[in-house]
Write a protein that binds this ligand. Structure first.
Ligand code: S6P
Ligand code: ZN
Length: 189
């Protein structure tokens, strides 16, 4: 089936993140156990419920070597302690695979960590911002605003997702609110 991105985006539901032709993944706080450094804040929130953090509609028209896949993410605003709502984060299973992110709505940042050196940086992801995620780079997205963050990520069809490496060693840094602004700090032990 040929899926036209423009048509699909015109039918994109900015409230639910749903899109015709896309396979939807919804992640709740319980899916991000271990991601937030402030485990007391995590547990306190889990006692009151298990909020939805984000959804991703993935469009995978074909899986050949030269093909591209893309996902439209909808990340809700909120915090666990001082840490912003975030995605699980991953490396690509095929490590050389880079990715292109394009900001659609809201105010976000991406945390990028070079797998070999651990070098980390945050970059803004706002409407019309482009973020190039090189290969061999773990990436995680945070909503640092008060409205839903939406974005599109385009990646090689054969990139795949490696969540296990992140689950085992996590990112070296976290992104917290400091004086009303996002700041990257080392993950406390
Ligand atoms: C896929 C791309 C995005 C993420 C989405 C959710 O390579 O980077 O579509 O899947 O931002 O993040 P995560 O870490 O839960 O897949
Ligand atoms: Zn990715």
């Amino acid at each position: 089936m040929f899926l036209n991105p423009e048509e699909l985006l015109s039918q994109y539901n900015p409230v639910t993140g749903e899109m015709p032709g896309a396979s939807m993944v919804k992640r709740h706080l319980s899916d991000l156990r271990g991601c937030f450094a402030d485990t007391a804040a995590y547990d306190a929130t889990m006692i009151t419920g298990n909020p939805l953090l984000y959804s991703v509609g993935a469009v995978e028209p074909a899986g050949g070597d030269g093909d591209l896949h893309y996902g439209v993410g909808l990340l809700l605003p909120g915090k666990i302690g001082d840490e912003y709502y975030m995605t699980k984060g991953h490396l690509h299973a095929w490590r050389p695979a880079a990715e292109f992110y394009f900001g659609l709505t809201g105010d976000g940042v991406m945390l990028l960590e070079d797998e070999a050196t651990g070098e980390s940086r945050i970059v803004p992801l706002r409407p019309n911002d482009v973020v190039y995620v090189p290969g061999h780079t773990a990436h995680r997205t945070m909503n640092v605003g008060n409205t839903p963050l939406t974005y599109i990520g385009v990646y090689p069809a054969k990139a795949g997702h490696d969540y296990t490496t992140i689950a085992e060693k996590n990112f070296c840094c976290i992104v917290v609110e400091r004086d009303g602004k996002p700041a990257m700090v080392e993950r406390p032990d």
